[in-house]
Design a protein around this ligand. Structure first.
Ligand code: ADP
Ligand code: ZN
Length: 289
């Protein structure tokens, strides 16, 4: 059996599966203090004696650099209780088995790459547009990372000429996340994103900003697929707006796959992260053998 943790800033999802990644049991609980949250994680996995490995996809930023003394830590997160928490270390202290460690978006990217909408591709990017914006990339089966993991949500974008919102990123103000993540909508209008009608002008702003991000990722990495997930993408009408803005902004400069195959939503839906975690567990188990 394999285990997975999708560690989000709001909630944790834990799951166990058989060898083929069929989920046998899945639980979810709120993210509270780190050790209290891990107690719930341990309570869940402890009851599965035949667990071989666990894959963790965590909110971040996290340290994924094996050479770093803080490898396995959650680092500069706005969630102060979790800052500098040795997540992987605490897991390893409790479980004597291979434990895979990556970002939440890398895990979702892996799920989609192996078993979802990028199953036919050898490269893809997964972007979540939710409480924050984050992206993960896989090229030829490997996560794209170096000194650290990508932070695709914090790139700088051009302002929509009609948008006067100052942005809410605590680091950059009007970076992509500051202008286009879910809370930016609430901060502009005082009501939740899900309560705004599809015809509202804010969706044009959001699509304009997300499309700029996708153009940048396209130009830097030239992936075969861009997969858009997260709560904001539940507004299914914005996918078409994003594609339209993307085509305008790219201006035919480089060749891309047919647009409807290039910019897509996750075919594993909300399960992408958990399934990716299970696959990561298997990969780690095989690597450590
Ligand atoms: P998280 O990023 O915390 O893991 P989500 O991906 O669900 O969680 O993103 C939450 C954000 O998505 C919130 O800002 C919320 O307002 C927004 N959101 C959730 N559902 C919708 C919806 N149907 N339409 C637009 N925005 C939504
Ligand atoms: Zn930022």
């Amino acid at each position: 059996m394999y285990g997975a943790i999708e560690a989000g800033g709001t909630k944790f999802v834990c799951a166990v599966s058989d060898e083929k990644f069929n989920i046998v049991k899945r639980v979810s609980f709120p993210t509270v203090y780190p050790l209290e949250t891990l107690k719930s994680v341990f309570d869940f996995f402890d009851s599965y004696g035949d667990l071989k490995a666990i894959g963790i996809g965590s909110f971040g930023p996290i340290d994924i650099n094996i050479k770093s003394p803080q490898y396995g830590y959650v680092t500069s997160t706005p969630k102060v209780d979790w800052r500098d928490f040795n997540f992987l270390g605490e897991m390893k202290a409790h479980y004597d088995m291979p434990i895979g460690w990556t970002t939440d978006v890398n895990a979702a990217c892996l799920g989609e790459y192996e078993l979802g909408s990028a199953i036919e591709d050898s490269s893809c990017i997964y972007l979540t547009i939710g409480t924050g914006i984050g992206g993960g990339a896989i090229f030829n089966g490997e996560f794209v990372e170096g000194f650290g993991h990508p932070e695709m949500g914090h790139i700088l974008v051009k302002r929509h000429p009609d948008d006067d919102f100052s942005g809410w990123c605590p680091y950059h103000g009007d970076c992509l996340e500051g202008l286009a993540a879910g809370p930016s909508i609430e901060k502009r209008y005082g009501i939740k994103a899900q309560e705004l009608e599809p015809g509202h002008r804010v969706w044009n702003y959001i699509a304009y900003y997300i499309a700029q991000g996708l153009v940048d990722y396209t130009l830097v990495l030239r992936p075969e697929k861009l997969i858009l997930g997260g709560g904001v993408m539940k507004q299914s009408h914005i996918l078409e707006l994003i594609k339209r803005e993307f085509i305008t902004l790219l201006a035919d400069y480089v060749k891309i796959p047919p647009i409807d195959e290039y910019i897509v939503t996750p075919s594993l839906g909300d399960n992408a992260g958990v399934i990716g975690g299970l696959i990561l567990a298997k990969k780690k188990w095989e690597a450590d053998r």
